[in-house]
Write a protein that binds this ligand. Structure first.
Ligand code: 26V
Length: 822
């Protein structure tokens, strides 16, 4: 049956209700008459899953039969959020399920919120991977994702009475997860520790140590408006033997289960940092466990084709997403050389034609390095392989640049020091066919910094750019049904057409000045703001003024993202309002400022920023003088689902990183796609957004990347006191110190990062930031021109669909082609 260009299996309402009731009685073994929302959600999800499974099976069968080249996307995080609503929309079954569930006495929207987010990621990296899976299925590309099935995802964030962040576990698997399929028939043995002994022929035997099992769980990824359904395979670690029988028989039960606990620990928790976790053995274990299991799976599938190993690059492209899966490079060498007896040089050719590497940050502290002693202990054979790769590589560098000792030490995979460290990014670069960054500026910076010597060695063509994108299915159609309907009605084409060809949004431009259309556009935004206000009332118990401008900054807490700049700006605004007469105040533009985001549990300064925001909110929101003009909220426990409420509700969102620090950003794209305007620095993908929608529609401010290095130098060698450099900011800091927002002492360490060194250049950008916000206020006063900007912003976001990005990878990097499942 086809509807709106979409095919569904059992899409009539009677079959749907029948299958839901069937799942209640069988899969859940419960009775329909006393079912709660959770049970109803589970049964309904299981029924939708049946529909997806048919497509999934046909897709995998088509891949097996037609043997296309496939791409494998290795990412240690997938920030999927909820699955159910997205699945119904992609299957084209939402209306039918709404009706079917209604017939059984439930409300579909209530059931959807029963699902817990799959929060197997920290932020941008993991959410990008999730968008790319949606796009590969929707574009009918044969792509599989591989990652870990963490028992606990990113921690739940609580806010203590004093405003500080508290962390609680995220037991997302505590109820049945209807969307995963355990594959008890897909298991691999993974070894750690032990000894590696070289044999005469250049190979080695790795033995002893600890062996654990990797068990596969599959998650179906339905495409939009197509039967194509790809797969995300998540590995769970298991003990190879239940427990140690010898200790058990001797009565030492604790000892008997020790090994099994240590095996299960590998996939028990997602590391909650997004910059440094190097040197932690468990993290390295996670990385190896995941890459080894994924490679074993890829190689098993390849071997079933019965082709020579030299053909591997014709059947598989493996994308290394950041350096976390870089161990796949020595692991594939180990499999080919030690196990399959491929000669070293041929193996290296295969490797360097199979892997591709994307870098996601230029922050030096996030560049992955592993201490050699730790590495040698855990992965002795891989260390040998890395040393061998390094030797051959440095010989070729020496050949091209004879006598350049400095260059050799700069480019070596091993950084000298105590201890020596392995530079994972360099290993990823030399082991890959191509390397790319995630926005134009970022890719330029990569070539000028981390990759500089490698550009000189390999030539520029190995280094490219693929600007990030986001899926318009989740980030417009699903999260903003009102806007989606208005767009479809206005463009007069089926929704499925513009959702798969986002440039079609340009058709809205001709209505940008149309008062009727503007009115509808504004009404949608207002509804979304009220929906968010309801959520805030339900969770924080406060009433938000939904008539005010909604100003949003939501992302991980990080000094480089400068939530500090925002909160200092809020304080400045508060003082300015306080200094006005009631009459003057009436002319002010009322604003509600929302913050949300998690801080890494060990990131002291980032946690202080949260505490400051919460306490500023407490003071500001309680002040009757300013209450009508300024409100501030920190929404706890930011998640994909919360983003789906915030993104459609913003009038303006902030992306204000120090120039040159944010590789791309992807929430900037989501807000603009939903008609929110952007205030931001000339950084990451903000720049390309400005190019697309026109600089007159973006509020840019701050120093440019080229100025940053010099300014930092000045700060170090010719510091100017903050009172002189930026009196307005100095005043803000002094008031915080003086205890205006609770004990001033608390915030000294945070304030000192700005007073001294000011690595992220707040003192340099504060004034132009305040000026930009003033322009925002002025622009908002004229709703007609504001709405026009908002419409044009949305209309020109076509470039930022993840469909464009994934097609770019498919064509320019992986050389894979769509395979439509009929
Ligand atoms: C690094 C580490 C290192 C230590 C342990 C845990 C961990 C987890 C994640 C990361 C990667 C951080 C890099 C990252 O998320 N980069 C973001 O990537 C987005 C997608 O390309 C991009 O939009 C953001 O600008 C960039 O910060």
């Amino acid at each position: 049956v086809w509807k709106d260009g979409l095919r569904a299996a059992d899409d009539d309402v009677p079959s749907i209700t029948k299958s839901i009731v069937h799942h209640v009685q069988t899969s859940l073994s419960r009775q329909a008459y006393n079912l709660d929302d959770l049970g109803a959600y589970q049964a309904t999800a299981l029924s939708a899953k049946d529909n997806m499974l048919l497509n999934w099976n046909e897709t995998q069968l088509a891949y097996t039969r037609k043997q296309p080249k496939r791409a494998y996307y290795l990412c240690i995080e997938y920030l999927m959020g909820r699955t159910f609503d997205n699945a119904l929309l992609n299957l084209g079954l939402k209306d039918q399920y709404h009706e079917g569930v209604g017939k059984l006495g439930f409300n579909l929207e209530d059931l959807l919120t029963q699902e817990r987010d799959a929060a197997l990621g920290n932020g941008g990296l993991g959410r990008l991977a999730a968008c790319y899976l949606d796009s590969s299925s929707s574009q009918e590309l044969p792509v599989w994702g591989y990652s870990l099935r963490y028992k606990y995802g990113i921690f739940q964030q609580l806010i203590a009475p004093d405003g500080s962040q508290l962390e609680a576990p995220d037991p997302w698997l505590e109820h049945l997860n209807p969307f995963e399929i355990p594959r008890y028939d897909v298991q691999y043995e993974i070894r750690f520790y032990g000894q590696a002994e070289r044999t005469a022929d250049g190979r080695a035997v790795w033995s002893g140590g600890q062996e654990v099992l990797a068990l596969a769980y599959d998650v179906m990824i339905p495409g939009y408006g197509t039967k194509n359904t790809n797969n995300l395979r998540l590995w769970e670690s298991k003990p190879k033997r239940g427990f140690d029988l010898q200790s058990f028989n001797a009565g030492d039960y604790e000892r008997a289960v020790e090994a099994s606990n240590s095996a299960e620990a590998i996939t028990s928790v997602l590391y909650p940092n997004d910059n440094t976790t190097f040197g932690k053995e468990l993290r390295l274990k996670q990385q190896y466990f995941w890459t080894a299991a994924s490679l074993a799976d890829i190689i098993r599938r390849f071997k079933s084709l019965e082709k020579p190993f030299s053909a591997l690059p014709d059947y598989a492209a493996i994308q290394l997403n950041d350096t976390h899966p870089t161990l796949a490079i020595p692991e594939l060498m180990r499999i080919l050389v030690d196990e399959e007896e491929v000669p070293w040089n041929s193996a290296w050719d295969i490797v360097t034609n199979t892997f591709f590497f994307t870098n996601h940050t230029v922050l030096p502290e996030a560049l992955e390095k592993w201490p050699v002693p730790l590495f040698e202990h855990l992965l002795p054979r891989h260390l040998q392989i890395i040393y061998d790769i390094n030797m051959t590589f440095l010989q070729s560098v020496e050949k091209k640049f004879p006598g350049d000792r400095e260059r050799l030490s700069r480019m070596s995979l091993i950084e000298e020091g105590f201890p020596k460290q392995i530079r994972m990014a360099y290993l990823a670069i030399i082991g890959s066919r191509k390397v790319n960054g995630v926005a134009e500026l970022h890719s330029q910076l990569l070539k000028a910094t981390i990759c500089k010597d490698f550009v000189e060695f390999y030539g520029i063509s190995k280094f490219g750019n693929v600007t990030n994108g986001v899926t318009p299915r989740r980030w417009l159609d699903q999260c903003n049904p009102g806007l989606s309907a208005l767009i479809t009605e206005t463009l007069k084409i089926p929704k499925s057409e513009w959702l798969k060809d986002l440039k079609k949004l340009e058709g809205l431009i001709k209505y940008a000045d149309d008062p009727q259309f503007q009115k509808k556009w504004a009404a949608v935004k207002q509804t979304n703001k009220e929906r968010l206000a309801q959520y805030v009332e339900a969770t924080l118990g406060v009433k938000v003024n939904a008539k005010a401008m909604f100003d949003v900054q939501v992302k991980r807490l990080h000094e480089y993202k400068r939530q500090t700049l925002n909160i200092f700006g809020v304080i400045h605004r508060y003082f300015t309002l306080k200094a006005m007469t009631p009459e003057e105040r009436k002319k002010a533009n009322p604003r509600v400022v929302f913050f949300a985001g998690k801080a890494a549990p060990g990131y002291y300064i980032a946690k202080l920023v949260i505490r400051l925001i919460v306490n500023v909110a407490r003071v500001v929101n309680a002040d009757p003088d300013t209450k009508d003009y300024l409100e501030v909220y920190f929404l706890p426990d930011y998640s994909v689902s919360l983003a789906e409420l915030l993104v459609p509700a913003s009038n303006i969102s902030q992306h204000i990183s120090t120039a040159g620090t944010e590789a791309s950003g992807t929430s900037n794209m989501k807000f603009c796609l939903n008609g929110g305007l952007l205030v931001g620095t000339v950084d990451g993908a903000n720049i390309e957004i400005g190019e697309e929608i026109g600089e007159e529609n973006v509020f840019f401010f701050g120093h440019l990347t080229e100025a940053v290095e010099d300014l930092r130098y000045q700060h170090t060698y010719h510091p100017v006191p903050i009172e002189q450099k930026c009196p307005a900011l100095a005043h803000v800091l002094n008031e915080i110190s003086a205890g205006k927002f609770g004990d001033g002492q608390t915030y000294e360490p945070l304030l000192n990062t700005v007073r001294h060194h000011d690595h992220y250049l707040l003192t340099e950008d504060f004034q132009s930031y305040i000026d930009a916000l003033k322009l925002v206020d002025e622009a908002y006063l004229n709703q007609t021109t504001w709405l026009k900007k908002s419409i044009i912003t949305c209309a020109k976001m076509g470039k930022f669909s993840s469909d464009r990005a994934i097609l770019d990878y498919a064509e320019e990097y992986w050389s894979i082609e769509p395979l439509k499942v009929e």
